[in-house]
Design a protein around this ligand. Sequence first.
Ligand SMILES: NC(=O)c1ccc[n+]([C@@H]2O[C@H](COP(=O)([O-])OP(=O)(O)OC[C@H]3O[C@@H](n4cnc5c(N)ncnc54)[C@H](O)[C@@H]3O)[C@@H](O)[C@H]2O)c1
Length: 252
Amino acid sequence: MSLKDFENRVVLITGGATGIGRATALAFAKRGAKVVIGDVNEQAKETVEMIKQEGAEALFKKTDVTSSSDVKSLIDFTVEQFGGLDHAFNNAGVLPPTKDFADMTEEDFDFVVNVDLKGVFYAMKHELAYFTTKGKGTIVNTASIAGIIADPGMAPYVAAKHGVVGLTKAAGIEYIAKGIRVNAIAPGLVETNMTKGWLEDEEMKKVVTANTPIGRPARPEEIAGMVLFLSSDAASYAAGQTFIVDAGQTAH
Ligand SMILES: NC(=O)c1ccc[n+]([C@@H]2O[C@H](COP(=O)([O-])OP(=O)(O)OC[C@H]3O[C@@H](n4cnc5c(N)ncnc54)[C@H](O)[C@@H]3O)[C@@H](O)[C@H]2O)c1
């Protein structure tokens, strides 16, 4: 992929304060994009600084993806500040505490589904409305291999991520003929704040990495490449699909 592929393109990333979102923000910026980050976490300011050190432009707007009006304001802000929006990466997510299904509370369920599924719905809804006025645009949503298969103890997360795969299919087929491409990525185990608790516990680390055919988690940068590819013109025939990046874990 050329280093100029995203020159003058405007990219919106939710959940870009840390992890996969931060790595993807940097990868876009290194290829010429202007990046706006929406996140509840002020650490997003560090991502903005890192991007500026690369000589690119970036802005942060504090945004809670569980609020439709926050997400709409984030898109309006992006268009006002950078003159438009070309690519969206709806990536913000949370992981619930691992529990048996029968012990899951309504609060556990709502917490995860509100961020991981409803947050993606709000973002897609407002982005699609904007992209429709332009007749172009791309969306990549972050699902998970938990959107393809189930892991024990994570029922609400599994449900939310399967939902993201569903939203991606629905919008993918509805909007491709309007010039707007919608896809999702399904990462396997990635070394981020989300999985820190597992990876810092030696026993748990052995269990979770044993599930990966490569014997290690992905670095966030190893996920970012797929987001850039799906956002790029090189993926012009890709729509409505979820692309798995898991070192073959679900190929077993
Ligand atoms: N780490 C993994 O193994 C893994 C695997 C598959 C999918 N994912 C998905 O990747 C995405 C990114 O996670 P990560 O692993 O980089 O972890 P992370 O914790 O580093 O990043 C998640 C980001 O989402 C933000 N966020 C959380 N709630 C929010 C809200 N209500 N509004 C706005 N922002 C909010 C966080 O502040 C954080 O910046 C998530 O959707 C996650 O479910 C992660």
